[in-house]
Design a protein around this ligand. Sequence first.
Ligand SMILES: Nc1ncnc2c1ncn2[C@@H]1O[C@H](COP(=O)(O)OP(=O)(O)OP(=O)(O)O)[C@@H](O)[C@H]1O
Length: 819
Amino acid sequence: MVVFANDVFPRKIPLIITTSDVLLPGVTVKIPITESRNVNMVRSQLLGSNSSPNPIIGIVPKQAEDSSEAVTIDKDTVGVIGQVFHISRTSWPKPTFMVLVSGLCRFRVDKLIMEEPYLVAIATQLDGFGDESGEEISKTDPTAQEFRDVAAKLFAKLTTSYSHITDKMSHILDLMPLSRLADFCCSYSSATYAEKLDVLNTVDVAERLKKVIPIMQRFIQELDKSGLNDRRLMPFKTSNSKLTRMKPLEMGTFSEEGDDLSDLIKRAKDLSVPAHVSKVLNRELQRLKRMGSFHPEHSIIRTYVELLMDLPWNVSAIETLDIHKARKDLDDDHFAMTSVKRRILEFLAVRQLNKSKKGPILCLVGPPGVGKTSIAKSIAKTTGRPFHCISLGGTYNQSDIRGHRKTYLGAMPGRIIQALKTTGVNNPVLLLDEVDKVGSGAHGSVAAALLEVLDSAQNSHFTDHYVNLHFDLSQVMFLATANNANVIPAPLLDRMEIIKLNGYTEEEKLQIAQKHLLPKQLREHGLENSGLQVPESCIIEIIRNYTQEAGVRSLERHLGALCRHRVVKLVENQSDNSAQNTLAPVTLDETCLIDILGPPPFGDFELWRRAGIPGVALGLSWTEYGGRVLIIETTRLNRSSQGSLVLTGHLGDVMKESASLAVDWLRSVAKQYGLNSSDPLSDADLHIHFPAGAISKDGPSAGIAIATALYSLFTNRPIANGVVMTGEITLSGAVLPVGGVKEKVLAAHRACLKKVILPQKNYSDLADIPESTKNDLEFSLVTEMSEVLQAAFDGMTESDSSVMLNNMKSNDSPLLCKL
Ligand SMILES: Nc1ncnc2c1ncn2[C@@H]1O[C@H](COP(=O)(O)OP(=O)(O)OP(=O)(O)O)[C@@H](O)[C@H]1O
């Protein structure tokens, strides 16, 4: 109900700009609010704490329908004063409001007094609220009579179809003032945007009637031709209220919702979907049809229906399985990785022979940057299936996989369904990236949700909570990647076949850089013909002193940095001298590297400075990022009381146990090895430290290195140059095998060490190590501590050791720097 003081509307009025249709007085419409100033206006004026129950706003149409220019409001622009009856909002996919508003009368903008955050104008009312007392045209005027005749003809046409509104039609014709009737007929006939704008701008009633007559006549002809009644003419009511001669019509709308819905229905008819889907689709479309777009649930149901229609229930990519092509593709895209490629070819060959056979789910496990994701992409490429990567790192909610139930606010389908929608086929290659990083929280375990997805016996009936219909995932080729297989939950691990990718040797990295990474970076930076040469020596320098990684990602980044530097030079050259578009070819050297990349962050100076001191040994550790050289420092602090063992460096329980074992082994052999005291801890504190305390360390494999460091401390003999060791120690001094040998040996090679002491039982692991690496290293395979000591001190007599110590004291640069 409009309540204005003295029936005059307020002079200062907030505005909404409409772009899709023109509201005329006497008509009620829903206006979608998307433009930012309109949204601000609704938030502040209609939803604010001070807003009145049925606020009054001004509605101004854009002045040209097709104009793409930003909407501006000038002085004298004509609009319609409207009363807001209802506001609904949706927050998904983006925040939008829908405002139900009833047009009351025309107004003219005198002055804009605010433009941001929303528009406010000082306005003047142009016509009355549609009561007959203010009518400016007499009923006997010829134009008025002609108008009434044509309107009667139009109404007669309509009432023949809408028998239930016959009474109301005649009521309108009799009671509604002509000025208002003109607006009404124009709105509900087939007037164009420009015609409606023209009628809005025509304040003079006689003029307005003249303009609406041809519109109605054309509409009558259209109805005659089509034989149908226009759907836009909806049932309506009248009211005798003082100010609102017309009550809101039942939902005319600006948006082309009706058209959209019929498009949706038509699309649903043409779709080929399984019976259980088509049943739900039809049911939901019927609901949509019944509820109208103003219903709060409308957009939720519509989004759901659209998802059902977008999902590739019966659409498959044509698989191209050709083992020769697959071999070529894999070799073209990746250097080395022989065993991985072999396993993938076996996998593809089995599929080629028997397409219905459900192969295992391959899980590629290895340190970062060794090509897990890129080999998965190659598999997709060679099989002709679309590829999609689902990154699972940090996923703690099982709804991410299975979706949210539709009843939740902002519910969404899970990542599997979203991936299928994105790829548009039901047999893509889906890569579950970082499957070892999934977690579990208050909303269930992600691993448990993945079990269903990966189980070939169950996944033909995979049901996402949002979709709530089973989707057949049996055609999807799932691959997974992980950095550390040990932390993958056992039931999940059980469903996958692990393929290990190890770190690369220096030689392999060089080949990968020359054959793949550098050409790729040059291509991506548009430098193919720019004359940039990165010689082998530079790449080796980057590998050795600028990166310390098992994979090649950091190497690729550094090559990218070289390319970017060249691009800057090229662009600068172009702007300095527009005629010259090229630079002279350049071959980088190590000095250029320092200029471009800065001083090398790595190098093994630290190792060399520490090794060679009595009580310091080098061990090897395995991490999910590749192998690492581990420094073990020991020292003895004289105390008068009974000594104690102090361990520092962020150690796990197993590593602490290893240290105690090593100390006790040393106690037990003190006499045999002629140590000064029969109990090294009798009058001293012993401190064993593992530098880099921020990194947690655990496992038994540092046992022999700790024992050797202690032996070195108590005999005051430094361990021989470039010796590194790994192996578990027992109390009796036996050496047990350890894991991750390949990664550890590669780390020793990267650090330019000379000799690796390994447990004898790890002999078979040496087969995995590339020949070129093996040729650079000396291996000592040992079964007990006496052999470890023999190899670690390398036949050095005590006098050799003291010469070495003296050298170290007199010369600041350590001996091992020469390695
Ligand atoms: N053997 C190889 N031959 C050619 N390029 C390689 C090889 N290995 C890795 N690369 C390249 O190294 C880059 C990093 O590889 P990718 O992203 O596949 O690593 P990833 O193992 O998946 O790492 P993360 O575990 O961090 O996801 C890519 O550009 C990839 O093409």
